[in-house]
Design a protein around this ligand. Sequence first.
Ligand code: HMG
Ligand code: MG
Length: 307
Amino acid sequence: MIPSAVTLVEVGPRDGLQNEAQPVPTATKIELVQRLQAAGCREIEVTSFVSPKWVPQMADNAQVLAGIARSPSVRYSVLTPNLKGLEAALAGPREQWPHEVVVFGAASEAFSQRNINCSIADSVERFRPVVAAAHAAGLKVRCAISCALGCPYEGEVSADAVENVVRLMRGIGVDHCGVADTIGVGTPRRVQAALERALKHFPLAQVSGHFHDTYGQALANILASLELGVHTFDTSIAGLGGCPYAKGATGNVATEDVVFMLQGMGIATGSSLDALVDAGAYISAQLGRAPVSRVSRALLAKRGVAV
Ligand code: HMG
Ligand code: MG
């Protein structure tokens, strides 16, 4: 049964902007988050508490998190790869804490080394105290399993390799499992096979898809996920982004494209497509380029806006 409503986790401010070479002003990041919440986004991944030497673009994480005029209907999340990151995310007053933190592992050893500088097994041990401390602070913990469909260094990744990490993440008490196609090589049946492994260990409501659109497969992969009943997806406004440790990986599937498809299928998302197009046009203009989203480009052209 195809779900009648879908939860979208807007990852543009984090996954999108982390890949930008030019520093994006903190005020622009905050303005983007505010436009997204005004457009109806109810889950926003705001920033990441990673090493500023590794990802300089996220060095203003604390200022971004503290600077948002919070909406009571939005859940805010941030990436925290270790206890140092979690402590920094919780350094401000409680009303500035995120609701959820994200630990990110990989289904491929080579990517784990490149992205977080340790093996898969070591990464999970590093996450164990993060999960415990986050829970003690009353936060939810999501995990991302990168390279679930393919790895830029190792090539094809098996469903067994995905399930191995899923099981480890479940074992340390992670609440939610995100299956991530970091380099966008997944196709619908393989995506279903990977998700089915996650669904063996996590309930349906706690499994999501995170599909980069590098090979143009992301919408098809979302449809394939819906066929399994999966109803939570990460999307990125204007199709921003990529991963600094996966060369050539383009952005997550564009929020506007996903909302257009879901609206056409009569599936509720709670967001306003027009306002999302505005938010996408805003950040794209700030970055000096046109939105990658095909839907945005079409709707802006219809409005008579040159893109
Ligand atoms: P490390 O170098 O192995 O850690 O980094 P370390 O503990 O040896 O520390 C080394 C230095 O980093 C020290 O500073 C620490 O203080 C500092 P120094 O003494 O040299 O001055 N440090 C930190 N600083 C700030 N915040 C922290 C932190 N931790 C250590 N949290 C680490 C390990 C994971 C931190 C590092 O490898 C890192 O930051 N990597 C960046 C990974 C990243 O952000 N990747 C992109 C996001 S993941 C992604 O995009 C995939 C996803 O979208 C899903 C998908 O598409 O696949 C989620
Ligand atoms: Mg990603």
